[in-house]
Design a protein around this ligand. Structure first.
Ligand code: KIV
Ligand code: ZN
Length: 497
């Protein structure tokens, strides 16, 4: 049996069914183009009968991408199939995905029917769809809870009617991996014409087993997987594309291949997350912000010596620049030194020890230390080397007075003082500084953050200045946020000068 696994992406159909995740046509085209770059084999672009917007999206995606097959969903209803065929008219390769429920819930309750009639309706839908396209996929909705013997009869009949792909959805995410694998194996062994079609998995994640079920499906004979980016989809979602692809890549012993360019995974995940306004959970496998982050000293030390000590995937393989060493109170000097070097600071042992001491004090009151914090810590060390130093600062402000500030600077040893009024004390202080150090630099960002929650806390100030297309950042930290603000401003000005 061929070991290529076809990747059928349904982010734009099953993924888009998530409340709040709806995209407009332009956004769907952007996602479809990125899916093409990612290398998916089939894009399920929508359910054309469901709305004019969905219809239009299938039309426009068919025009916009050329490598993947474009698939449109229908019920086993003639009108659905006609509308889908019409929406696919510009597709280089179009596929109609039609089907009907095959579990007792669907047969007797949802459809108020009986098993033989369901087979007839499925067969009729496939035959009708084949009048429009050569590629017809049939789904047996709720196959996960359907009787295997009956499912085999359905699948045999729809393949005889012309189905090229047969989809076995675990619609409710009910199956255990062993159960789902056995279902696929049962079909492989009991459907006489199964070699005429590709078996597809379509697993939902209600019990958190969608990826495990999908892998069990391909191990037992399926060769197409229906997946979404970031595992988006109805309720708990669908199988995550990135998980299946990387499991196949990591487990060479499985001997499967896909056409996915894994380096595009993160980019695609971020695009989908942003456009669909669905943040990815931090610890999500492969694409979560912590997927390649190491925070404990022991792990950091191990990763810095050999990445593979704690990583089974090279982050570069999925488009992440590097593993991140998250600095916390549990980090050691090796991790701090490494991060500082990445930021461009090479400190001698004495300075490193000093920064590490301050780092531990800060880390004790803060969950994790960002690069900006390190800049502040290193900045404290470097302050004395600056050309622009704050000598004195006096501020008057309050409810019924005009804010004013008197600033005394030491500029390369020359002492100067100026006073200014402003909209507030920070504005007044910055204006006083500009009287002494005239500059065209624009203040693009000014941010004050508390390290912890108390009113006696250290305030961290970040400013961003821009001049002639160049942007510089300045940092200051002090229990007095006005002093911290002036330090940050002088830090940025020193850099721009
Ligand atoms: O989960 C499901 O059964 C589906 C089908 C429509 C393929 O999404
Ligand atoms: Zn589904």
């Amino acid at each position: 049996m061929d070991n290529k696994v076809y990747i059928f992406d349904t982010t734009l159909r099953d993924g888009e069914q998530v409340p709040g995740c709806q995209l407009n046509t332009i956004e769907k085209i952007e996602v479809a183009r990125q899916l093409e770059k990612l290398g998916v084999d089939i894009i399920e672009a929508g359910f054309p009968i469901s709305s004019p917007g969905d219809f239009n999206s299938v039309v426009e995606i068919s025009k916009a991408v050329s490598n993947p097959t474009i698939c449109a969903l229908t019920r086993a209803v003639k009108k659905d199939i006609e509308v889908a065929a019409d929406a696919l008219k510009y597709a280089k390769r179009g596929r109609i995905h039609t089907g009907i429920g095959t579990s007792p819930y669907h047969i007797y309750q949802k459809l108020n029917s009986n098993p033989d009639e369901i087979i007839e309706r499925g067969v009729a839908a496939v035959k009708y769809a084949r009048q429009f396209v050569d590629d017809v996929e049939f789904y047996a909705e709720d196959a996960g809870r359907s009787d295997n013997e009956y499912l085999a009869r359905v699948i045999e009949a729809v393949i005889a009617a012309g189905a090229t792909v047969v989809n076995i959805p675990d619609t409710t995410g009910y199956c255990l991996p062993s159960e789902y694998g056995e279902k696929i194996a049962y079909l492989v062994n009991n459907v006489p014409n199964i070699d005429k079609a590709i078996i597809s998995t379509h697993c939902h994640n209600d019990l958190g087993m969608a990826t495990a079920n999908t892998l069990s499906g391909i191990i037992n004979g399926a060769r197409q997987v229906e997946v979404t980016l970031n595992g988006l989809g109805e309720r708990a979602g669908n199988t995550a594309l990135e998980e299946v692809v990387m499991a196949i890549k990591a487990h060479k012993d499985l001997d499967f291949t896909t056409a996915i360019d894994a380096k595009q995974i993160i980019k695609t995940s971020k695009l989908v997350s942003t456009l669909m306004r669905m943040p990815v959970q931090a610890n999500k496998a492969i694409v979560g912000r912590n997927a390649f982050a190491h925070s404990s000293g022991i792990h950091q030390d191990g990763v810095l010596k050999n990445r593979e000590t704690y990583e089974i995937i090279d982050p570069a393989d999925v488009g992440v620049k590097e593993s991140s060493i998250v600095l916390t109170a549990r980090s050691g000097r090796a991790a701090l030194k490494h991060r500082l070097e990445v930021l461009g600071y090479t400190l001698d042992q004495e300075k490193l020890d000093q920064v590490y001491k301050n780092f531990l004090i800060l880390a004790d009151s803060k969950k994790d230390i960002a690069d900006e914090d390190l800049e502040v810590l290193v900045g404290h060390e470097k302050k004395e080397e600056r050309v622009l130093k704050l000598d004195n600062l006096q501020v008057i402000c309050g409810k019924s007075c005009i804010p004013s500030a008197t600033v005394t600077l030491n500029f390369n040893g020359k002492i100067m003082t100026k006073n200014a009024i402003g909209d507030g004390p920070v504005d007044a202080a910055f204006k006083a500084i500009r009287k002494m150090i005239p500059t065209e630099a624009v203040l693009e960002e000014y941010l004050v953050q508390a390290v912890t929650r108390g009113s006696d806390d250290i305030g961290k100030v970040h400013v961003q200045l821009a001049l002639d297309g160049k942007t510089v950042h300045g940092f200051g930290a002090n229990v007095d946020i006005l002093t911290a603000s002036v330090w940050a401003y002088l830090d940025a000005l020193s850099k721009i000068m």
